[in-house]
Design a protein around this ligand. Structure first.
Ligand code: F6R
Length: 263
């Protein structure tokens, strides 16, 4: 795991955007997109780079991580609508290459299987953007999710429904969802998790420094071949090895600067 310590949520967004931009500049990329509050500064920065620095998504494909069951894509709180409103509609990603699980499909099990097959057919995810829930979930893999799970139907916990009630005018959050599994997420070539705010601090500590456990689903990233965790000071506050992460970060930054000036 690579831990990047940032000064602010905007700084988190810039560091995450750097990682995504680097991959986009290498050629056609398959992106995995999270929704919710955490990646907003990342998407805002990517949109800025698209508008001001010609960063293009024209060759990219994007898969969203999860979707509420029972909401048609046109519902304003579906993750399809949300990712369009907050990111995709502001860049040049072709809409036919924005792929989301259909939470309104008549057969959700078949839809989940279709989704995993579509990801494989696209060659797998190159860069997976993730947020983390206060209870340690990634995607909607709630605590006790199998560490090897694939895309499937899950029941949301009361905590997650309460956390997300702020997005629904009537406060009524669906009880079921479709989510990529922890195994699906682990298959991504690179995982970039962004977290900010003190209500994420305990989950971040368990993810980075706790045991790998289905009780903190994000801890599965300890077994990922390349996971980058980007934190603001509040989200990093409970980590015990901050000094080491800071040193490693300075060393890595120095190395990549030297590589860039050599190239
Ligand atoms: C949403 C998703 C979730 C969120 C998590 C944090 O697509 O994957 O795991 O990342 O619930 O939500 P926010 O960022 O709103 O705090």
């Amino acid at each position: 795991m690579q831990i990047l310590l940032c000064d602010s949520p905007d700084h988190v967004g810039r560091r995450a955007a750097d990682v995504i931009e680097a991959r986009l500049r290498q050629g056609p990329a398959v992106l995995g997109l999270a929704t919710g509050g955490s990646p907003r500064t990342t998407y805002k920065e990517l949109i800025r780079r698209h508008q001001e620095e010609q960063l293009s998504f024209a060759q990219a494909t994007a898969f969203t991580l999860d979707e509420y069951a029972g909401l048609p894509p046109s519902h304003e709180q579906s993750y399809y609508s949300t990712i369009r409103r907050e990111f995709v509609d502001h860049v040049d990603l072709p809409l036919e290459r924005l792929i989301t699980p259909n939470g309104d499909a008549p057969d959700l099990v078949a839809e989940a299987n279709r989704y995993d097959s579509a990801i494989s057919a696209a060659g797998g995810v190159d860069v997976q953007v993730l947020g983390i829930g206060a209870n340690g979930h990634i995607g909607f893999n709630e605590p006790t999710s199998s560490l090897d799970s694939r895309t499937r139907v899950k029941t949301l916990t009361r905590t997650t429904r309460e956390d997300n009630a702020r997005f629904f005018a009537d406060g009524q959050v669906p009880r079921l969802c479709l989510t990529e599994g922890l195994g699906t997420i682990r298959d991504a070539k690179l995982a970039v998790l962004v977290a900010m705010g003190e209500n994420k601090a305990e989950a971040v500590r368990l993810m980075v420094e706790g045991p790998v456990s289905a009780n903190c689903p994000a801890s599965v990233l300890q077994m990922h071949r390349h996971a980058i965790i980007i934190l603001d000071p509040q989200a990093a506050a409970q980590l015990s090895s901050l000094e080491y992460y800071r040193e490693a970060q300075e060393f890595n930054d120095d190395l990549s600067l030297r590589a860039r000036s050599a190239g």
